[in-house]
Design a protein. Sequence first.
Length: 112
Amino acid sequence: MSGPAPKVAPFFYLTPIGFIVSAVFFAARENKRPIDAFHLRQALGLYVTGIIFYVLFAILGSDLFYTNLPQLIILIPLLILWFLGFKSAMNGKETPLPLVGRLYQKLFVKVG
Protein backbone atom coordinates (compact mmCIF):
# COMPACT_ATOMS: atom_id res chain seq x y z
CA MET A 1 0.00 0.00 0.00
CA SER A 2 1.56 3.21 -1.15
CA GLY A 3 0.28 6.72 -0.51
CA PRO A 4 0.84 9.83 -2.58
CA ALA A 5 4.44 10.84 -3.14
CA PRO A 6 5.63 13.37 -0.57
CA LYS A 7 6.52 16.88 -1.68
CA VAL A 8 10.22 17.43 -2.22
CA ALA A 9 9.98 20.64 -4.27
CA PRO A 10 10.30 23.08 -1.31
CA PHE A 11 13.39 21.29 0.01
CA PHE A 12 15.34 22.06 -3.18
CA TYR A 13 15.45 25.72 -2.11
CA LEU A 14 16.44 25.39 1.53
CA THR A 15 20.22 24.91 1.51
CA PRO A 16 22.82 23.47 -0.85
CA ILE A 17 22.94 20.32 1.30
CA GLY A 18 19.14 20.18 1.32
CA PHE A 19 19.22 20.53 -2.45
CA ILE A 20 21.63 17.61 -2.84
CA VAL A 21 19.72 15.36 -0.42
CA SER A 22 16.39 16.21 -2.08
CA ALA A 23 17.83 15.68 -5.56
CA VAL A 24 19.13 12.23 -4.57
CA PHE A 25 15.78 11.38 -2.98
CA PHE A 26 13.97 12.59 -6.10
CA ALA A 27 16.27 10.62 -8.44
CA ALA A 28 15.65 7.42 -6.47
CA ARG A 29 11.87 7.67 -6.82
CA GLU A 30 9.90 5.56 -9.22
CA ASN A 31 6.97 7.96 -9.52
CA LYS A 32 8.47 11.40 -10.10
CA ARG A 33 6.12 14.34 -9.88
CA PRO A 34 6.49 16.92 -12.68
CA ILE A 35 6.30 19.78 -10.18
CA ASP A 36 9.30 18.40 -8.30
CA ALA A 37 11.32 18.18 -11.54
CA PHE A 38 10.28 21.75 -12.39
CA HIS A 39 11.48 23.11 -9.04
CA LEU A 40 14.64 21.00 -9.18
CA ARG A 41 15.58 22.88 -12.37
CA GLN A 42 14.59 26.27 -10.93
CA ALA A 43 16.61 25.78 -7.73
CA LEU A 44 19.57 24.36 -9.64
CA GLY A 45 19.54 27.46 -11.82
CA LEU A 46 19.60 29.72 -8.77
CA TYR A 47 22.51 27.81 -7.23
CA VAL A 48 24.48 27.85 -10.50
CA THR A 49 23.81 31.59 -10.91
CA GLY A 50 24.98 32.24 -7.35
CA ILE A 51 28.15 30.20 -7.89
CA ILE A 52 28.89 32.02 -11.15
CA PHE A 53 28.60 35.40 -9.44
CA TYR A 54 30.69 34.19 -6.49
CA VAL A 55 33.48 33.07 -8.84
CA LEU A 56 33.19 36.28 -10.86
CA PHE A 57 33.56 38.45 -7.77
CA ALA A 58 36.48 36.28 -6.56
CA ILE A 59 38.25 36.75 -9.90
CA LEU A 60 37.69 40.49 -9.69
CA GLY A 61 39.26 40.48 -6.22
CA SER A 62 36.10 41.21 -4.30
CA ASP A 63 34.44 39.12 -1.63
CA LEU A 64 30.81 38.42 -2.55
CA PHE A 65 29.78 38.41 1.08
CA TYR A 66 31.48 41.70 1.93
CA THR A 67 28.50 43.89 1.33
CA ASN A 68 28.97 46.85 -0.89
CA LEU A 69 26.79 48.19 -3.66
CA PRO A 70 27.81 45.81 -6.50
CA GLN A 71 27.30 42.77 -4.29
CA LEU A 72 23.94 44.01 -3.04
CA ILE A 73 22.83 44.59 -6.62
CA ILE A 74 23.40 40.85 -7.20
CA LEU A 75 22.48 39.34 -3.82
CA ILE A 76 19.14 41.10 -3.28
CA PRO A 77 17.61 39.98 -6.60
CA LEU A 78 18.91 36.42 -6.02
CA LEU A 79 17.31 36.45 -2.57
CA ILE A 80 14.02 37.70 -4.03
CA LEU A 81 14.13 35.00 -6.74
CA TRP A 82 14.88 32.37 -4.08
CA PHE A 83 11.86 33.52 -2.05
CA LEU A 84 9.56 33.49 -5.09
CA GLY A 85 10.70 29.98 -6.05
CA PHE A 86 10.27 28.68 -2.51
CA LYS A 87 6.81 30.25 -2.25
CA SER A 88 5.76 28.71 -5.57
CA ALA A 89 7.01 25.29 -4.45
CA MET A 90 5.18 25.56 -1.11
CA ASN A 91 1.96 26.46 -2.93
CA GLY A 92 2.37 23.55 -5.34
CA LYS A 93 2.58 25.77 -8.42
CA GLU A 94 4.87 25.59 -11.44
CA THR A 95 5.48 29.32 -11.73
CA PRO A 96 8.79 30.12 -13.48
CA LEU A 97 11.02 32.64 -11.79
CA PRO A 98 10.86 36.13 -13.31
CA LEU A 99 13.45 36.84 -16.03
CA VAL A 100 15.43 33.61 -15.60
CA GLY A 101 12.92 30.82 -14.91
CA ARG A 102 12.20 29.88 -18.51
CA LEU A 103 15.93 29.96 -19.28
CA TYR A 104 16.62 27.58 -16.37
CA GLN A 105 13.95 25.21 -17.69
CA LYS A 106 15.60 25.20 -21.14
CA LEU A 107 19.19 24.90 -19.86
CA PHE A 108 18.43 22.07 -17.46
CA VAL A 109 15.80 20.25 -19.53
CA LYS A 110 17.60 16.92 -19.04
CA VAL A 111 17.64 17.33 -15.25
CA GLY A 112 14.71 15.66 -13.57
